[in-house]
Ligand binder design. Structure first.
Ligand SMILES: [Zn+2]
Length: 69
């Protein structure tokens, strides 16, 4: 099972989305970033796909900030 936790080998890595504070210059904003979290030990990681999604979300948020300015 490829979603097995690499730390405890007991839990399953489950996709979760959490609001994350980000800063750009003197602006603060919140983006919903995707993580994988172990159901057993709470280990958090991001997959390559989640990294891509998060980067795209951050870029979109920065773009919106630039347009609002
Ligand atoms: Zn674990």
């Amino acid at each position: 099972m490829d979603n097995l936790c690499p730390v405890c080998h007991k839990g399953i890595l489950t996709s979760i989305t959490l609001p994350q504070q980000a800063t750009h210059g003197n602006r603060h904003f919140t983006v919903m970033l995707e993580y994988s979290c172990c159901t057993y030990c709470g280990f958090e990681t991001t997959t390559a796909e989640q990294e891509r999604n998060n980067a795209a979300l951050l870029e979109a948020s920065l773009h919106n900030l630039a347009q609002a300015a």
